[in-house]
Ligand binder design. Structure first.
Ligand code: COS
Length: 379
C-alpha cells in the first residue's frame, strides 16, 4: 500500500502529536474523573485547527484527505480518546453537508467550525440504533418549511454544539425512504438539550439527548432531497468508520507504551518483568495485533479516498478489527500492570473503559460484521 502525506498535512499531524503529549495527556485523568472537557484545552484544539479537520479548502479549511484526518485522530487519541471523539464528531457532522448540502449550507457549517464552533450528528434515537432506518423523529411539511418533533439520544457534542445535523422522517409511515436531513442552529426555538449521559469511558466528550418540540425550520435547512437521508447516513458512516478505527489504534498504542514502560520498571523474583517470557508474549501479541489493525485502518482510508468498490467493506473491517484489538490490547495492558493497572492512578484502566465504546458507536461490531459478510458473500 503506497501513500504520500503532503508536507502541510504532515505539519498538522505533528502538531496533533505535540498537543496530545503536552496538553491532552496531562489533563486526561482529570477530565475522566470530572466528565467535563477542559475549557482551555478545547480552545487550544479549536485554535490549532483540530476541530476543523473536515473543512474543504474552498470553504477556508485545510482540505485534508481522510487518511490525514485518521492520522491526526490517532495522535489525539494517544492523549485521550474522549478528546479525539469530540474533534471527530465535528467531521462526522460535516459529511452529510459535504455530500448533499447546498453551497449556502456548506458556508453556514464550515464558517461556524472555522470560527471555533462545534457540530453534532443526530441520527440515533431511543428506538433507532443499529436499525438506523427506524427513526421516529417527525418532520412535518408546512408552509415555508418543516415542524420537527421527537428525541435524539447518545449524541456526541450535543451540549456544546452550535449546529445540529439532524435526521428526521418526512414520510407518514416512516421507514428509510422518508429519512431527511436538516441543518439546524442550536439556538432555534423548540430545540433543547435533554439528559446528559454519565458514561463508562470517553468521559471528556459530552453526550446528550436533543429534544425537538414543535421546532420550525425553513425549507432552506433541508440538506439534500426529502427521503435521501438514509443513503447519506450510510455514506457518512462509511467515511467516518476508519476514523473510529484510527482512534482505536491510538488507544491501543497508548496502552502498549504504558505496559512496556511498566515492564521495565517493575521487578519481581529479582528481575524486571520485561525479561519474563509470559510478559513478553503478552507484549508481542499487543504489538502484532495493533500493527495489523493500523495497516487495515490506513488501507480503509485509501479505499475510501479512491472510491474503491469495496470501500464500505474495508471501512467496516477496519472499525471492527481496530476496536476489537483496542479492547483486547487495553485489557492485556491492565494484566501486564496487575494491581497497578487496575488502579485509577494509572491510565490503562481508562484506556480499557474508553476502548469499549469503539466496539459500539458508529455501528456496533455486529453491524460491521453484517456489512462485511454481505459484501464477501453477495458483493
Ligand atoms: N453507501 C450507499 N448506500 C448504501 C450503503 C452505503 N454504504 N449501505 C446501504 N446503502 C443503501 C442500499 O444500497 C439500499 O439502497 P436501495 O434500497 O436503493 O437498494 C439502502 O441503503 C438500504 O440498505 P440495506 O437494505 O442494506 O439497509 P438495512 O436496513 O438492511 O440496514 C445496515 C443496513 C444494518 C448496515 C444499516 O442500517 C447500518 O449501518 N446500521 C448501523 C447504523 C449505525 O451505524 N448507527 C450508529 C449511530 S450513528 S453514530
Amino acid at each position: 500500500m503506497n501513500f504520500t502525506i503532503e508536507p502541510q498535512q504532515q505539519e498538522l499531524i505533528d502538531l496533533a502529536k505535540t498537543i496530545a503529549v503536552n496538553e491532552i495527556a496531562p489533563r486526561a485523568l482529570d477530565m475522566d474523573k470530572t466528565g467535563v472537557m477542559d475549557e482551555e484545552l478545547l480552545h487550544i484544539l479549536k485554535s490549532s485547527g483540530l476541530t476543523q479537520t473536515s473543512v474543504p479548502k474552498e470553504y477556508g479549511g485545510a482540505g485534508l484527505d481522510l487518511l490525514t484526518v485518521a492520522l491526526i485522530m490517532e495522535e489525539i487519541a494517544k492523549g485521550c480518546s474522549g478528546v479525539a471523539t469530540v474533534c471527530a464528531a465535528n467531521a462526522l457532522a460535516s459529511y452529510p453537508v459535504l455530500f448533499a448540502g447546498s453551497d449556502d449550507q456548506k458556508k453556514e457549517l464550515f464558517d461556524c467550525l472555522n470560527q471555533g464552533g462545534m457540530a453534532c450528528f443526530a441520527l440515533t434515537e431511543p428506538g433507532a440504533g443499529s436499525d438506523a432506518g427506524a427513526v421516529s423523529c417527525k418532520a412535518k411539511k408546512v408552509e415555508g418549511g418543516y415542524i420537527l418533533n421527537g428525541t435524539k439520544c447518545f449524541i456526541t457534542n450535543a451540549p456544546i454544539a452550535d449546529k445540529f445535523v439532524v435526521f428526521a422522517n418526512t414520510k407518514e409511515g416512516g421507514g428509510i425512504r422518508g429519512l431527511t436531513i436538516f441543518l439546524i442552529d442550536a439556538k432555534t426555538s423548540g430545540v433543547s438539550i435533554g439528559k446528559e449521559e454519565d458514561k463508562m469511558g470517553i468521559r471528556a466528550s459530552a453526550t446528550a439527548e436533543i429534544i425537538f418540540d414543535d421546532c420550525f425550520v425553513p425549507e432552506s435547512a433541508r440538506v439534500g432531497k426529502e427521503g435521501r437521508g438514509f443513503l447519506i447516513a450510510m455514506q457518512t458512516l462509511q467515511a467516518s468508520r476508519p476514523v473510529v478505527a484510527a482512534i482505536s489504534v491510538g488507544i491501543a498504542e497508548a496502552a502498549i507504551e504504558a505496559a512496556v514502560a511498566y515492564s521495565h520498571q517493575r521487578k519481581q523474583f529479582g528481575a524486571k518483568i520485561a525479561s519474563f517470557e509470559m510478559v513478553q508474549q503478552m507484549i508481542a501479541d499487543m504489538v502484532m495485533k495493533t500493527e495489523a489493525a493500523k495497516v487495515l485502518t490506513y488501507r480503509a482510508c485509501v479505499a475510501q479516498m479512491n472510491k474503491e468498490k469495496k470501500a464500505a467493506m474495508y471501512s467496516a473491517m477496519s472499525k471492527c478489527l481496530a476496536s476489537d484489538t483496542a479492547m483486547e490490547v487495553t485489557t492485556t495492558a491492565v494484566q501486564v500492570m496487575g494491581g497497578n493497572g487496575y488502579s485509577r492512578e494509572n491510565p490503562v484502566e481508562k484506556y480499557m473503559r474508553d476502548a469499549k465504546i469503539m466496539q459500539i458507536y458508529e455501528g456496533t461490531n455486529q453491524i460491521q460484521r453484517l456489512v462485511i459478510a454481505n459484501e464477501a458473500t453477495f458483493g
